[in-house]
Each structure stands twice: as C-alpha cells, then as structure tokens.
Write a protein that binds this ligand. Structure first.
Ligand code: KPL
Length: 315
C-alpha cells in the first residue's frame, strides 16, 4: 500500500475489537503484532492467525503474537484494546513497547478508568479512541464484523505538534483500511456520548438477562434507562461537556439498531467475568458525588450489577 509509511504496530488484547482492528490494519503497509497476557492463547494466535467473518465471507490473516512485550520491543503505535477492568495490570506489562516516539491509543468504554490512564507514568503521548464499530468474538482469533461505525480519536491533554500529526496519520491509516475515523479537537463529548448510551443499556441488559432490543418493550426498564441517561447527562453538563441534546433518543435509537446484540456487560455476566460497571455507571456516580448531583438510578444499577458479580466472583 502506497501513501502511508510502514509502521510497527502492537495491538494489546485479542478481544473482539482488538482482533477486528488487527485484521483491518493487516491490509496496510506495516508490521502488526498482537500482545496477549495469556501465553497459551498467544501461541494459538501465532500458529493459526486471525479469521474475519464479514457477512458470512471468511478471510484469514497470518499474525505475529506473543505474551512477551520485550519480544516485540518499541513500536510506533499501540492500540490498547483490553477492557477497563484489565487496565491496571496491563499498563506495566506493555511498557517495553513504549518510547517517547510511540503513540498509545486507548479504546476502553466508560470514564471510571480515565484517572488511572491519566495518572500512569508513560514515556509517550496518550490518546483516546471512541468507536461504534461492531465486533463479536467467535473464538480465539475469530471475529465477526458486527457493523460499520465511526471512530473518533483525540488527546485528553495538550499534545505536541508531532503527536497531533501522528494521530492524524493513524486516522488516515484507519480510513485506508476501510474504517471511518477522524481526529477530534475535544474528545470528551464523544467519550460521554458513548458513555450515556452504555449507561442506559448495559446494566439493564445484564440485570434483565436480555438482548438490547428487549429493553424497549419493558416499561419499567425503559423508565430506568431514561432516568439513568438523564442523570448522567446532567453530570456531563455540570462538567461543561457538550453532550448530545437528546441523549435518551440516541440511546433508544442505539437499542433499536443493536436490538439483537448481547451487550458487552451481559456477555461478561453470562461468562462470570468482572463487568465494566465501575467504568460506566460507577464512573458517573463518582463524578456525580464530586459535583453533589444526585444519581439514585445509576446507584441502583451499580448496586444491582455488583450484586450479580458477587454471586460468581471470588472474594
Ligand atoms: O456498546 C455497547 C455494548 O454492548 O457495550 C452497546 C452499544 C450497548 C451495544 O451492545
């Protein structure tokens, strides 16, 4: 592929999104690595590569994968695709990938993890990616494309000119790979707009053990959705973040377009994994508490999902 320089890129976390991005970027000039904390799975990925299932058409991509970041060494770009719950243990693990010339791009849902990201001692610039790309993991290294969606990229802090140019180049690379991507001057409204949707859908689907679309036919759940989203939107506005003027309509629209989806939180609960409730409704609660804004519905959703986790997580 011409027009774009070859880069060394590491994708950390071979979940649905990590695998999808790895397949997309494999089409473009560059050296792609997948870093996984699980050495057995990394071995499988190295051996079998990635498979992308797009509308029933399967494509295979050989990939380099390892559980040892020092085997990869410094790279130009890191796509940090682990869940917010794994960030604490992942940041030290990926340090061998980073130099001052690396760009670290974080793809987590929610906001509760942002203090951890911002407080991390990193040698390189850090940017956030907010995406509505759909992806579903079918098995190790096997991902189903779940629908096109825009990706916004942006820095949370003042960034150097080089870093901003680097991020523009990342957006161009994604576009060349067929993904819709753009750089935002202010990424926070995008982070919060996505958060508001997750606040309204994820916990409720976990509590009711249902697909996203089922919420639309449940009057009680719809009332909770509306109230939770409005509480979170008041918090955003109190922080001066310009979120969507009608976040409830947006959440309902997403519920409709993703009606058959099992939300990421329900998938976590069904597989007895820790959910992202701390980063999503928990993140809103933390900000609400700081600002003295009541958020009883988010508190109830938070407590209910914590109760579910307690039934299967040790400790
Ligand atoms: O982002 C999602 C998630 O499941 O985390 C939604 C938009 C709710 C789609 O399922």
């Amino acid at each position: 592929m011409r027009d774009i320089p070859a880069k060394r890129i590491a994708i950390v976390g071979p979940g649905a999104l990590g695998c999808l991005l790895a397949t997309a970027l494999s089409r473009i000039n560059g050296e792609i690595w997948v870093l996984d904390h699980d050495s057995q799975r990394a071995g499988l990925l190295q051996h079998s590569g990635l498979t992308l299932d797009s509308a029933g058409h399967c494509e295979h991509f050989p990939i380099q994968a390892t559980a040892d970041a020092s085997r990869i060494g410094p790279v130009d770009l890191v796509l940090l695709c682990v869940k917010s719950t794994a960030l604490g243990r992942t940041l030290p693990f990926l340090l061998p990938l980073l130099t001052e010339n690396t760009l670290l791009l974080a793809w987590q849902n929610g906001i509760g993890h942002l203090p951890l990201l911002l407080g991390a001692e990193l040698p390189c610039p850090l940017a956030l990616a907010v995406t509505s790309l759909g992806a579903h993991l079918l098995g190790v290294g096997r991902v189903r494309f779940g629908g096109a969606g825009a990706t916004s990229l942006g820095f949370l802090r003042e960034a150097s000119r080089e870093a901003r140019l680097g991020l523009e180049e990342v957006a161009a690379r994604f576009r060349l790979a067929g993904l819709e991507a753009r750089v935002e001057d202010d990424i926070l409204p995008q982070v919060w707009n996505k958060l508001l949707v997750n606040v309204g859908i994820n916990a409720l689907t976990a509590i009711h053990d249902c697909e996203n679309g089922v919420l639309l036919g449940n009057g009680e759940a719809l009332g909770m959705m509306r109230a939770a989203v409005l509480e979170a939107a008041s918090v955003a506005r109190a922080k001066g973040i310009g979120v969507d003027p009608d976040p409830v309509a947006r959440t309902i629209a997403v519920c409709r377009t993703t009606a058959a989806n099992i939300s990421s939180m329900l998938q976590d609960v069904r597989q007895n994994r820790q959910t992202e409730i701390e980063a999503i409704n928990g993140g809103v609660l933390e900000e609400a508490r700081r600002l003295g804004i009541p958020a009883p519905v988010n508190a109830a959703l938070f407590a209910a999902v914590k109760g579910l986790e307690k039934s299967y997580l040790p400790g």
